[in-house]
Write a protein that binds this ligand. Structure first.
Ligand code: GMT
Length: 376
C-alpha cells in the first residue's frame, strides 16, 4: 500500500506512534510518505520505503498567523498525486482531520480518490477538540473520515460523549517496540546516578499543565523521606522552569535531576525502579507503557485510559488525580520490599508484552485493507 502519514513531528506520543507505525509498515514493504512541518524526531534512520515531505509556509506581511492548514493541505494534495497514495492516515484530529477532509475534496475534484483514517490520540478530544473554538470543525472532520480509531476504550467513550459522532470508532491501542524498549542493564550508568544504591524514580512528559508534574515532586518528597532515592525528570515544556524552582526550594535539589529531552529514554528507564505519571487526564499513557516494557512498575492517576495500561496492584497502582498521599503510600509499598519490587517489575513486563508492535500492527493493516476494499 502507499500510505501518507500526517503527524506532529515533536516529542509527544502521537508523533511517536505515527512515526513508529510508519517505520514498521515500511519494514513490511508498504510505501510510506510522512507529511509534517519538520522531520519527526523518531524518524532517525534511512529506509528505502520511507520519504519525508516537509510542509513549508510562505510568509506575507498581512499574516499575523501563518496559514498552516492551507500549506499542509496543499502538500497533502501534491504528495497524494505525485506518489499515487491509496490513503492518508492522520494522527491527532486538530488540524489533521480537517486538512485530510479538504485534501480529499480537492483530489476528488480532479478525479483522484483517496481514503482517510483519523487516529484520535488524547487532548485532541479531551482538552482542545471539545473547546467551542474548534468543536464544529473537529466534529465534522472526524465524521468525514473513512476510518476513525482511538488509542483506548476510554478515549472512544469520551469521543462519543463529547462529540456528535455518527460513525464507528475502532479502538487500536498504542504499541511498543519491545526490542528497543527492554531492560539493557547498564550497572555503571546506574552507579553514576545512584552511587549509594538509592532507588531511581523517573517521570517523562512534555511538562504541560495536564501532566501535573508538581505532583510528581510532591510524591517524590514523601518517598524521599522514607526511602533513599533519586528523581529523574525527562522531557521539556512550559512548566519546566517553575518545577526547577520548586525542586531547588524543596531542599532536595541534590536528588532531583532534570535531564531534558532525551532520545534514548530507554537507557534511563532500564535502570529505574519506579515510574510516576500524575496526569489530570491521559488517554493511554504511552510513557507508562515504555516504562513497563523496561520492567518499571507505574504509579499513575486513574483517569482516562491509564487503567487499560497500568493494572492496579499488579503492574503498579492507580490513585485519584491529586492524591499525592496515596501515590506516595503505594510507591513506598512497592519500593520497600525487594521481593515485591521484583514481582511488580515482572508483571509490568508481562503486561507490556500485550502491546507488542507485532500484535498491534496487523490491526492497522487490516483496517487499511477493509477501508480500501469498501468493507467499512
Ligand atoms: O497532549 C499530550 O500529552 C500529547 C499527546 C500527543 O498527541 O502527543 O499525547 C496523547 O497521545 C499519546 C499517544 O497516543 C497518549 O499516550 C497520551 O496519553 C495522550 N495524552 C493525553 O491524553 C494527555
Amino acid at each position: 500500500m502507499k500510505i501518507g502519514i500526517v503527524c506532529y513531528p515533536t516529542f509527544g506520543g502521537s508523533g511517536v506512534i505515527a512515526t513508529e507505525l510508519g517505520k514498521a509498515l515500511a519494514e513490511k514493504g508498504h510505501e510510506i510518505h510522512f507529511v509534517a512541518y519538520r522531520q519527526p524526531f523518531r524518524l532517525d534512520s534511512f529506509s528505502e520505503n520511507i520519504t519525508f515531505h516537509e510542509v513549508s509556509l510562505a510568509d506575507y506581511p498581512l499574516f499575523d498567523f501563518l496559514p498552516y492548514e492551507t500549506a499542509l493541505t496543499s502538500k497533502m494534495v501534491s504528495v497524494a498525486i505525485d506518489k499515487k497514495l491509496d490513503l492518508f492516515h492522520v494522527h491527532y484530529a486538530i488540524p489533521h482531520a480537517s486538512t485530510a477532509y479538504m485534501a480529499k475534496q480537492i483530489l476528488a475534484a480532479s478525479g483522484h480518490k483517496i481514503k482517510v483514517i483519523t487516529t484520535l490520540h488524547g487532548t485532541d478530544i479531551t482538552l482542545v477538540g471539545k473547546d467551542a473554538s474548534y468543536l464544529p470543525v473537529v466534529t465534522f472532520a472526524i465524521n468525514q473520515s473513512d476510518g476513525i480509531t482511538a488509542v483506548s476504550e476510554s478515549l472512544k467513550e469520551e469521543t462519543y460523549r463529547n462529540f456528535s459522532i455518527t460513525k464507528q470508532i475502532d479502538v487500536i491501542p498504542n504499541f511498543i517496540d519491545l526490542h528497543r524498549f527492554s531492560k539493557k542493564t547498564k550497572e555503571h550508568f546506574r552507579k553514576a546516578i545512584a552511587p549509594n544504591g538509592e532507588k531511581l524514580i523517573v517521570h517523562t512528559s512534555n511538562f504541560r499543565k495536564v501532566k501535573r508534574v508538581e505532583d510528581v515532586l510532591h510524591v517524590f518528597k514523601k518517598i524521599h523521606e522514607k526511602i533513599p532515592s533519586k528523581m529523574l525528570l525527562i522531557g521539556d515544556g512550559p512548566d519546566r522552569s517553575t518545577l526547577e524552582k520548586m525542586a531547588h526550594e524543596s531542599g532536595m535539589s541534590e536528588d532531583i535531576r532534570f535531564l531534558g529531552k532525551l532520545e534514548a529514554v530507554e537507557e534511563i528507564l532500564s535502570v529505574s525502579d519506579l515510574f510516576l505519571l500524575t496526569s489530570e487526564t491521559e488517554s493511554f499513557g504511552l510513557a507508562s507503557l515504555e516504562a513497563m516494557a523496561c520492567q518499571v512498575p507505574v504509579i499513575s492517576t486513574n483517569t482516562g485510559g491509564s487503567p487499560e495500561v497500568n493494572i492496579h496492584g499488579k503492574t503498579g497502582f492507580l490513585s485519584n488525580v491529586g492524591d499525592c498521599d496515596d501515590m506516595a503510600k503505594n510507591a513506598i509499598y512497592i519500593l520497600s520490599d525487594e521481593k515485591r519490587l521484583a514481582e511488580f517489575k515482572a508483571n509490568a513486563l508481562k503486561q507490556a508484552r500485550k502491546f507488542d508492535i507485532h500484535a498491534i500492527l496487523p490491526l492497522y493493516e487490516q483496517l487499511y485493507t477493509d477501508i480500501l476494499q469498501g468493507r467499512k
